[in-house]
Design a protein around this ligand. Structure first.
Ligand SMILES: Cc1ncc(COP(=O)(O)O)c(C=O)c1O
Length: 447
């Protein structure tokens, strides 16, 4: 069994163009595999066959070079192999006392990540289950800091972000029971947009405002807000400044677009997802804080059975103190191993490749009569239209390419002047995607 599983894992990670699976209805899948959880068990061999022959074929591999929907992923083989090692090592990742060696590795990777942001000495972070958990952890820290002022204890908090911000910001605001005000733009949020929004608040709303969330690479279009100007306003107005760079944060490693993130070094907290553009397997997000003490004050859990883990003898970095989870996987370990294996220059090359592919796609689109760019490619996102197509045409095109096992490219909406237009979207992550892949996908729009 062990050898079978290892063989499967090795075959899968050496296959750079895995079959683009198709979802099936639950009833269909049940008919195909039967009951799998029984009193006696069906046996590992049979269960594994069902997974390999049926179930995995009803999934879409996110690392396929023509999977350009969503924010795809392309974990390195080194990282995936170390994901197996992470599980096999059974390390509890909450406290140094149990996880020291593993947490040490995570922290080495985190040091590099923090160095990319330019945050001052003392800034640090911790790996989370993803961008949503990182955004939530940062917002809880910000809100708790704001509530240190007794005047704010009974006020409902208010956060400003933009329409281009990720849905998780709005969803996590619900979790902390904060209201959200949106700057009405899907394009970049400027410092002026933010100042205007603040100036429009009534006295009571202004007292409830505790944070601003800017985006370092919108999910839909790769747009980076005017971080430097927004940072200055947050400083003047005494507001927490969070940058959600869950997707775009990988681009901090580049030479070509790093300048677009200027101002990120003034953030109070930052989200970066290694499982997006830093080639880690799911799931791996990261939250980084300028002042770790504030995160600790917000998140450290108390309990008589936990006291020993905070004891002097066990002293060290306790990841549980800085984000919402207690028991946690050492999920930064695959990133550490991959970084150690390949070196950071290779990461720079791979991220630059995503940006290059987006620019090349832009040129190919401009060269084709029936296509046009909606806006210039930004980071690794490209929005473009097929002249004359209705939303149904985009949908049918997506389904056909997927049904044919050829590509997964999906439409999105682009909102301008209050009008939402359905358009096509590419998001490049996998450096193995080729210009031929892109050209072949564009050709399917001619039919
Ligand atoms: C900008 C941004 N923030 C947050 C998230 C949420 O991250 P996750 O899906 O890892 O929770 C995403 C996901 O695409 C994102 O692009």
């Amino acid at each position: 069994m062990t050898l079978d599983v290892m063989k499967y894992a090795i075959n899968r990670i050496t296959n750079t163009t895995p079959e683009l699976g198709q979802p099936k209805k639950e009833e269909e899948l049940r008919k195909l595999v039967g009951e799998t959880i029984t009193a006696e068990g069906i046996g590992g061999e049979h269960a594994f066959h069902l997974f390999k022959d049926v179930l995995v074929k009803a999934t879409v591999p996110i690392d396929h070079p023509r999977h350009l929907a969503f924010v795809p992923a392309s974990p390195t083989r080194a990282a995936i192999m170390f994901d197996l090692v992470t599980s096999a090592s059974s390390i509890h990742g909450a406290y140094w006392m149990e996880g020291a060696g593993g947490i040490f590795c995570e922290n080495e990777a985190m040091k590099w990540l923090v160095s990319l942001t330019g945050l001052p000495e003392g800034a640090f972070g911790v790996f989370t289950s993803g961008g949503t958990a990182a955004n939530l952890s940062a917002m809880v820290t910000a809100r708790e800091y704001w509530r240190r002022n007794p005047d704010n204890l009974n006020k409902k908090a208010l956060v400003i972000t933009s329409e281009g911000a990720h849905s998780s910001i709005k969803a996590m605001a619900k979790v902390i029971d904060a209201d959200v005000l949106l700057v009405a733009t899907e394009d970049l949020m400027t410092a002026k947009d933010l100042q205007d929004k603040i100036d429009q608040l009534d006295v009571h709303q202004r007292k409830r405002l505790f944070a601003v969330v800017a985006t370092g690479g919108t999910t839909n279009a790769g747009i980076i807000d005017e971080l430097d100007g927004i940072a200055n306003i947050c400083e003047q107005e005494n507001l927490w400044f969070h940058v959600d760079a869950a997707y775009g944060g990988g681009a901090l490693v580049t030479d070509s677009v790093r300048h677009l993130f200027n101002g990120i070094e003034k953030a109070d907290s930052i989200t970066i997802d290694p499982h997006k553009w830093l080639f880690s397997p799911y799931d791996c997000g990261a939250v980084i804080y300028k002042n770790m003490k504030l995160a600790k004050a917000a998140h450290s859990q108390e309990g008589s059975y936990l006291e020993i883990f905070k004891d002097e003898g066990a002293s060290g970095f306790n990841p549980a103190d800085y984000q919402i989870q207690l028991t946690r996987r050492i999920r930064g370990l695959p990133l550490w191993f991959s970084l150690a294996t390949h070196g950071t220059d290779k990461y720079k090359w791979a991220v630059e490749m995503g940006i290059k592919l987006a620019n090349l796609a832009g040129e190919l689109i401009e060269d084709r009569e029936h296509l046009e760019l909606v806006r210039k490619p930004s980071l690794s996102c490209v929005l473009f239209r097929r002249k004359g197509w209705s939303p149904d045409d985009y949908r049918n095109w997506t389904y056909k390419n997927h049904r044919d096992g050829f590509a997964l490219v999906t439409p999105t909406k682009w909102i301008k002047n209050d009008k939402a237009e359905t358009v096509a979207r590419f998001c490049f992550i996998n450096p193995d995607t080729t210009i031929e892949d892109i050209a072949a996908i564009l050709t399917t729009m001619e039919e």
